[in-house]
Design a protein around this ligand. Structure first.
Ligand SMILES: CC(C)(COP(=O)(O)OP(=O)(O)OC[C@H]1O[C@@H](n2cnc3c(N)ncnc32)[C@H](O)[C@@H]1OP(=O)(O)O)[C@@H](O)C(=O)NCCC(=O)NCCS
Length: 328
């Protein structure tokens, strides 16, 4: 356990970077955590919040963050790092409890999402330790992920989506039918969010795409605030973009047109990824669908998850990768 936990100020940015370098060497992927000036600016602007842990000698031995997403009803719990000498003594759990129990409600977060990796499944235990529930699985996000002291993942590393409600939340409308609707309702129930029977959203939908070239991601968002007309959305064309390893599509779960779009996306080879609360236009909950296009194969066993997440993993792997990449 740490003896003291507190929030970071912009002046702590160099210490945050130093701990990342000490723990990961050159293997860390989140560039923002290696740039003290950018980190100080993000903390000063309130976009990112970090908790620091200190031992009895006053040495900084651990840290974890909350990063604001979209409009600020969702924050992501991430960037946890603990000094090798202090691991497995509950430091991260202590930081997480502070961030989720005390800091997130004060920030106005309705939901905090955790994004633990599958290269070392105990990161999923870190999210479970702060009462997060499973929401989905993003396949093969990081090629060649390598955390110091953990070792290199033999296949691209996937991310489990987990989450916890951190404030009272209004009831939601689920307009998706069948299995997609059932999955959305189950995820909302696990978060302790009610589903109400109400009219579906019927505003005109548009789309936009953002790209993360480092990981070959093309991420399409569909929503009423997006600029391009839906008739111009060509998912197969986006999948063929040079360097595209991952295609994600986010659709609002409460929209009358989403069911039709899900069918169109499945026709373009996308499968289930998960529910992301408060993540779309105007804070809408979105269903994320995904297509994994990297020639590097993913195996079901290589997507390492805690036992209670195996059913979710198997369903996502079977739906998105098909039988040929999944050994019996
Ligand atoms: C991940 C990391 C931050 C965990 O910090 P920590 O302070 O050691 O974690 P805690 O002691 O609070 O343990 C949290 C949970 O993970 C489990 N856990 C932690 N390390 C573990 C290990 N090596 N093996 C198995 N379980 C482990 C704990 O048992 C606990 O789960 P439980 O509540 O079900 O018992 C730390 O190992 C680290 O810095 N690793 C390198 C960086 C990293 O991997 N960051 C996350 C990348 S997404």
């Amino acid at each position: 356990m740490a003896t003291h936990v507190r929030l970071a100020t912009p002046l702590d940015a160099p210490a945050l970077v130093a701990l990342v370098r000490r723990c990961y060497g050159d293997a860390y992927r989140v560039g923002a955590m290696l740039d003290a000036a950018a980190l100080a600016a993000a903390i000063a602007a309130g976009r990112e919040v970090y908790a620091l842990a200190f031992d009895a000698a006053g040495e900084h031995v651990g840290q974890a963050g909350l990063v604001r997403v979209a409009g600020g009803r969702r924050w992501d719990y991430c960037r946890g790092v603990v000094d090798v000498r202090h691991r497995r003594s509950g430091v991260l759990t202590q930081l997480g409890a502070f961030l989720l129990d005390e800091v997130a409600p004060a920030l106005g977060a309705e939901v905090v999402v955790g994004i633990p990796v599958t290269s070392h499944p105990f990161t999923q235990a870190s999210c479970r330790a702060v009462d997060m529930v499973p929401l989905g699985l993003l396949l093969g996000v990081y090629p060649g992920y390598d955390a110091a002291g953990i070792g290199r993942d033999p296949q691209p590393t996937s991310i489990v989506l987990m989450g916890r409600r951190t404030a009272p939340a209004p009831a939601r409308t689920v307009s998706l039918p069948d299995l997609d609707g059932a999955r959305a309702r189950a995820a909302l129930a696990a978060l302790g969010i009610d589903v109400a029977v109400a009219r579906s959203d019927r505003r005109r939908l548009g789309w936009s795409a953002r790209r993360e070239r480092e990981i070959g991601l093309v991420h399409v968002t569909v929503g009423p605030a997006q600029p391009a007309p839906l008739r111009a959305l060509d998912l197969e064309g986006l999948a063929r973009e040079p360097g595209c390893r991952l295609l994600w599509l986010d659709l609002p779960i409460d929209h009358a047109d989403s069911a039709r779009l899900v069918a169109r996306a499945r026709g373009a080879g996308l499968g289930h990824a998960g529910l992301l609360p408060c993540s779309g236009d105007h804070g809408a909950d979105v269903l994320r669908l995904q297509r994994y296009l990297d020639p590097a194969p993913l195996t079901r066993e290589g997507v390492r998850v805690l036992p209670e997440l195996e059913a979710l993993r198997d369903a996502v792997v079977a739906e998105c990768l098909g039988a040929e990449l999944v050994p019996a």
